[in-house]
Design a protein around this ligand. Structure first.
Ligand SMILES: Cc1cc2nc3c(=O)[nH]c(=O)nc-3n(C[C@H](O)[C@H](O)[C@H](O)COP(=O)(O)OP(=O)(O)OC[C@H]3O[C@@H](n4cnc5c(N)ncnc54)[C@H](O)[C@@H]3O)c2cc1C
Length: 424
């Protein structure tokens, strides 16, 4: 077992950090204040290979699963909103990759990013006003009409919603079947009937565009049904015959994507920690340098330890996902839960150390504190992660106990034969 990053990974980490320091950070405050999309940073990210197909290929060719989490942490160290603006199209691409046919993947995934200097965006639209965690209650409908599906409904809180070139929309073709009656549709740019609703004004990650997406008699060709008609028919049949469709496969997919979200959160925590160390290094109280004060040292040690432990969970889960090791204990969800909670706690704790200046908009801690909260709220809230972990753990331990009972029975038989006491 080797916990060290190899040379290639360390070089990539340094390259990401340089980009975050030299390109993301100088533009971050402006886009945070204006709540504007950092197009010029996204374009530079493309030129330097941090966005688009090149970034996807790097992740696909990475046998250890570290490149994705390294990039996520370092770019979010620069600015979480900007990093999401750079990476957000990946959600739509992942939705297409998860459900599409090889032809659909080959055509639509590049459309989520654009090629060369051309920047395109993707959006993945699931959430509705009454259905976020509770995905089975989606109300957006997809009605078959000849060679088309007609979409109607409103999606909320959609990253890149309304400004994307490709919207992947999850809608229900048979509301009575819950998730078993749902399907994903690709809606291309300028499709009539798709429009942006209210643009959200947010506490944090303000450089990332979040908006409602309104679908009003929005017509898409049957070919835009991800996975195709036969696959949908089989899914509907299964659901009608009472078989559950939100299977272990969906849970397993989420386990694989969650470490990236955890790494993103950790970028904020790491940024806040590094800044606080530097700030306190220049300060003293009653003639005593702050970094020499025991209460300060105790707190900084806790922050560093929590960040490190969350990072280990993130890297382990990412490695497991890449190497096909089943995350049957909810290791992916654990990594996202822990990193989100650590980041919120660390930014608050570091503000307490710094004092009232941390509340000033001049102080970067204020922004990191605002940016941190979302990691307990989106991509599965902290409560939903806990539910997933506890269910997966219960299942895993039930299996382990069975195995344990077998071993214990064998040990008992051997001990009886040898007339030895069995250890409790
Ligand atoms: C900035 C931002 C960007 C987003 N981007 C996207 C996007 O690109 N695409 C997209 O589809 N969605 C997106 N979302 C939506 C986000 O994923 C949802 O808001 C999230 O899943 C929570 O769903 P909800 O809003 O319906 O809250 P609810 O599910 O109603 O949750 C409300 C509260 O109840 C708790 N809760 C709910 N169910 C349970 C339960 N069974 N047990 C215990 N507690 C529970 C939750 O944890 C939460 O605390 C985004 C949201 C934000 C804020």
């Amino acid at each position: 077992m080797n916990f060290e990053l190899n040379e290639e990974q360390r070089e990539f980490q340094a390259k990401c950090r340089k980009f975050a320091r030299e390109v993301i950070r100088p533009a971050a405050r402006k886009h945070d204040e204006e709540e504007s999309m950092p197009w010029e940073v996204v374009a530079e990210a493309r030129r330097q290979g941090f966005q688009g197909i090149e970034a996807l290929q790097r992740q696909a060719g990475d046998s250890e699963g570290m490149m994705g989490v390294i990039a996520a942490e370092e770019l979010h160290w620069g600015c979480a909103g900007t990093a999401l603006a750079i990476a957000g199209s990946g959600l739509a691409a992942a939705g297409i990759a998860a459900s599409g046919t090889p032809e659909q993947i080959g055509y639509w995934v590049p459309e989520c990013f654009g090629v060369g200097d051309e920047i395109k965006l993707g959006a993945y639209a699931v959430t509705e006003p009454q259905a976020g965690s509770d995905v089975k209650s989606l109300k957006t409908t997809a009605r078959r009409d000849g060679d088309e599906f007609v979409l109607n409904g409103t999606k909320v809180f959609i990253t890149n919603g309304g400004i994307a070139d490709v919207h992947v929309v999850v809608a229900t073709v048979d509301p009575a079947l819950g998730t078993g009656g749902q399907a994903s549709f690709v809606v291309g740019k300028d499709t009539l009937g798709l429009s942006q609703g209210k643009k959200e004004s947010k506490l944090g990650i303000r450089a990332s565009h979040t908006a409602e997406v309104v679908l009003d008699e929005c017509r898409v060709p049957v070919e835009n049904l991800l996975g195709g008609e036969e696959k949908l028919e089989r899914k509907l049949e299964r659901a009608r015959s009472g078989k559950r469709s939100r299977s272990a496969d969906a849970l397993a997919t989420f386990e694989i994507t969650r470490p990236i979200v955890g790494a993103s959160a950790l970028g904020i925590a790491q940024a806040a920690y590094e800044w606080t160390l530097e700030y306190l290094d220049s300060r003293s109280e009653g003639g005593v340098p702050m970094l020499k004060m025991q209460r300060v040292q105790q707190t900084l040690a806790d922050v560093a330890t929590e960040i490190e432990s969350a990072r280990l969970l993130v890297q382990r889960a990412s490695w497991m996902g890449r190497n096909g090791v089943p995350m049957t204990g909810g290791q992916g969800s654990m990594s996202k839960l822990k990193a989100g909670d650590v980041t919120m706690w660390a930014t608050t704790t570091l503000m307490d150390l710094v004092g009232p200046y941390a509340w000033n908009t001049e102080c970067p801690l204020e922004k990191w504190f605002r940016d941190a909260k979302i990691y307990q709220l989106f991509e599965g809230t902290a409560e939903i992660q806990r539910m997933v972990i506890s269910r997966m753990q219960a299942r895993e331990y039930a299996e382990r106990f069975e195995y344990g009972a077998e071993v214990a029975a064998k040990a008992m038989a051997q001990s009886e034969a040898a007339k030895e006491p069995v250890p409790a």
